[in-house]
Design a protein around this ligand. Structure first.
Ligand code: DX5
Ligand code: ZN
Length: 218
């Protein structure tokens, strides 16, 4: 994979000032949109109607992270509304490869995510079916949690395997990413970084994005 991407998570934004919040992260590569259904995770955010409005409003393409049950049924709708990437959880999908092919067929980047307890080995033989793989560095559900450094060996295993196979798949991390943790994730092979509180908790979100980008490169 080439380059570094910083994807601020709007889970940490002010939901009733979304247009202004989106304008504060114009230097981001993608806007990370956390969709939660109160079933796959114990928290609830928003669904396709809200995401469609965010899509219409955002100057930056959308990176949708679906923390929902039955993504086989619901994920294609997010690709159809124009999200640049749609990531579903491996634990929730009945047929991950078929779903990834459907997402690509609609024109989105296809992503698959793994929770902390889920191994990445089952993905090794199907790496080419995905455009990005998300290694969670917290238990999904909430922003502001501590980075799980013990996920780094799993990330390293995946990045080594991707390199060995000549795969161009992007490797994404999500949860507790900030200056001070992003370096470890970059070192272990991540190239795409989700950050919620580290960006929206800053006085100047674009400066926070620049600082994360610099730390990931160092
Ligand atoms: C957690 C979400 C994350 C969250 C990250 O389930 O998937 O995207 O917004 O928030 P921070 O960066 O605050 O850990
Ligand atoms: Zn997320």
């Amino acid at each position: 994979s080439s380059g570094i991407r910083i994807n601020p998570s709007i889970l940490a934004a002010d939901f009733v000032n979304m247009r202004a919040e989106l304008a504060r992260i114009a230097t981001a590569d993608f806007v990370h949109v956390d969709v939660m259904d109160n079933h796959f995770v114990p928290n609830l955010t928003f669904g396709p109607q809200m995401v469609e409005r965010i899509q219409a409003t955002s100057p930056v393409p959308l990176d949708v992270h679906l923390m929902i049950d039955d993504p086989d049924r619901w994920a294609p709708g997010y690709a159809e509304l124009g999200a640049a990437s749609v990531t579903f959880h491996l634990e929730a999908a009945a047929d991950p490869v078929a779903l990834a092919r459907t997402l690509r067929g609609i024109g989105a980047r296809a992503g698959v995510a793994v929770k902390p307890a889920t191994g990445v080995e089952p993905l090794f033989d199907v790496l080419d079916e995905f455009d990005q793989i998300l290694v969670m560095t917290v238990e999904p559900g909430f922003g502001g949690q501590s980075f799980m450094a013990d996920m780094m060996p799993k990330l390293r295993l995946l990045s080594d395997e991707a390199r060995r196979r000549g795969s161009g798949v992007w490797l994404q991390v999500d949860g507790g990413i900030a200056p001070g943790t992003i370096e470890q994730a970059a070192e272990a092979g991540a190239d795409t970084f989700v950050a919620g509180s580290a960006v929206f908790g800053a006085d100047d979100p674009d400066a926070a994005i620049a600082a994360l980008r610099a730390s990931a490169h160092s």
